[in-house]
Design a protein around this ligand. Structure first.
Ligand code: FES
Length: 62
């Protein structure tokens, strides 16, 4: 499911950024940089822990 329709960014892509600041997620995915209507949803997604099997972007970078 898309978290950001303007830039076709999926919830899974946003969840991969869990633990990052919203600005970092916007820079990485462009989500939230269009109409802005998804920002509340983005905040919610990045505050949730990643689901089993999903790796956080920060974990992948390590
Ligand atoms: S739906 Fe995300 S910026 Fe418009």
């Amino acid at each position: 499911m898309y978290a950001c329709i303007c830039h076709a960014v999926t919830e899974q892509q946003v969840r991969a950024c869990a633990g990052q600041r919203l600005g970092e997620v916007v820079s990485a995915t462009r989500a939230g940089s269009g109409c802005g209507s998804c920002v509340r949803r983005l905040r919610s997604l990045i505050e949730q822990p990643a689901a089993p099997g999903e790796r956080r972007a920060a974990d992948r970078a390590a």
